[in-house]
Design a protein around this ligand. Structure first.
Ligand SMILES: Nc1ncnc2c1ncn2[C@@H]1O[C@H](COP(=O)(O)OP(=O)(O)O)[C@@H](O)[C@H]1O
Ligand SMILES: [Mg+2]
Length: 385
């Protein structure tokens, strides 16, 4: 079996458990959903998984955790790790979804909250697309239901005129719903989740009806640590959730590993050169980001000022991907300091005044003095000129 993140041309309807409107996946889809990108792995897990599965789950909790963390199956099939982090975090997240409480993934930006949520939904329900994107403008209809006004005017209120939200569909079909950036949603709109999560029902007063959730329904929300205070979750709503905090990568090696893996996957889908030759550069980008984020050099000797933006793993991934594209199209195909310097600068200097001072100080006191970093120092100076 081939293990890859390449787009696949698997027909998701083949076993009838993915809704028909997901359609067939074109092989040139820019970013296939997790359930399509990893269809082979999910199928291998399902066929060899003999542990009990909660109602409507396509895998047992154990197999879902294996899908996320990676492993080797009895027949030798290799499951690639999607999430690199503490096993316990994943185990708690998965088991929460088998209970009557919903799951809240909390963490600073770029800690893979969205990524984990997508993969959990894909592994559990075979469908990660029942998604509500939370913003300050998210209306109640996005969580409950809306109306098709043409039908409403022509025939009056009826089930035909009703446009279900992704949450309503997940309730009716016993699947996993996802709400992204929950705390950005205005508090009164958030509260429409309370009845859904506590009573497991969604009343439709206009029709004198309700949609009752069937077994298998649950909800994964993500929220940003930094947004705290924007629209704090009401305590009534918070009680419906089990909160799991996704930590920043604990060691530089773990972070380099995450960046390398993801860049390889993204690079393959963009036909970029292979990463191995660029690992040194990845290590440098990760070192710079970690040091500035932590406010101290890796050896613990020099205190540093931190810039205003979050220098997350996700940001490191995009800096390196951008660098690989430069190397491929305008260099010799090998990732070098000159290919990542501009990206690093762009990620660090968000506020042109304050962050530039922070960066200059770091560049002159740390980067300049570091053994083997003179090419990086030069490239950064050129990029900043
Ligand atoms: N611990 C990790 N394991 C695997 N991938 C990670 C990890 N941390 C970050 N990433 C990668 O970072 C990228 C952005 O993560 P994302 O889910 O958008 O972050 P968040 O929603 O927390 O802001 C994803 O492509 C993901 O693969
Ligand atoms: Mg996110």
């Amino acid at each position: 079996m081939s293990v890859s993140a390449e787009p696949t041309s698997v027909d998701p309807r083949r076993n009838g458990s993915v809704p028909a409107d997901t359609g067939t996946v074109r092989p040139d889809t820019l970013r296939p959903h997790a359930e399509h990108a990893f269809a082979d792995e999910l199928a291998a897990l399902a066929s060899q998984d003999d542990r009990p599965r909660p109602a409507r789950w396509r895998l047992s909790p154990w197999a879902v955790a294996t899908y996320l963390l990676g492993g080797t199956l009895p027949d030798g099939t290799v499951i690639t790790p999607k999430y690199v982090g503490p096993r316990r975090v994943v185990e708690v997240a998965v088991t929460t979804l088998a209970t009557d409480r919903a799951l809240l993934l909390l963490g600073v930006p770029g800690t893979a909250k969205t990524w984990v949520s997508e993969h959990l939904a894909a592994a559990l329900s075979g469908d990660s697309t029942l998604l509500v994107q939370g913003t300050a403008g998210t209306p109640e209809e996005a969580i409950r239901y809306g109306w098709n006004y043409a039908r409403l005017l022509a025939h009056g209120p009826s089930r035909d005129a009703l446009v279900p939200s992704p949450v309503m569909r997940a309730m009716a079909e016993g699947r996993t719903a996802r709400v992204e950036e929950l705390t950005r949603i205005p508090a009164d709109v958030q509260d429409s989740l309370i009845t859904i999560l506590s009573e497991k029902t969604l009343p439709i007063p206009e029709l004198g009806q309700e949609v009752q959730a069937v077994r298998g329904f649950n909800l994964i929300a993500t929220a940003n640590d930094r947004d705290r205070g924007v629209n704090e979750l009401s305590s009534a709503l918070r009680r419906r959730f089990n909160t799991v905090v996704l930590p920043l990568p604990e060691s530089p090696e773990a972070e380099v590993d995450i960046v390398t893996r993801r860049v390889e996957q993204i690079g393959r889908s963009l036909d970029l050169p292979a990463v191995p030759d660029g690992v040194d550069e990845i290590r440098r980008v990760v070192t710079v980001f970690r040091e500035l984020r932590d406010g101290v050099t890796a050896d613990g000797r020099t205190k540093l000022k931190s810039p205003s933006g979050t220098l997350s793993t996700a940001e490191a991934i995009s800096v390196v991907t951008g660098g690989l594209a430069l190397a491929a199209h305008f260099g010799d195909g090998v990732l070098r300091a000159g290919d990542v310097a501009a990206g690093v600068l762009g990620a660090v200097v968000r506020d042109p005044a304050a962050d530039r001072v922070v960066w200059q100080e770091y560049l002159e006191t740390v980067v300049r003095e570091r053994d083997g970093w003179s090419d990086f120092y030069r490239a950064c100076r050129e990029a900043g000129a």
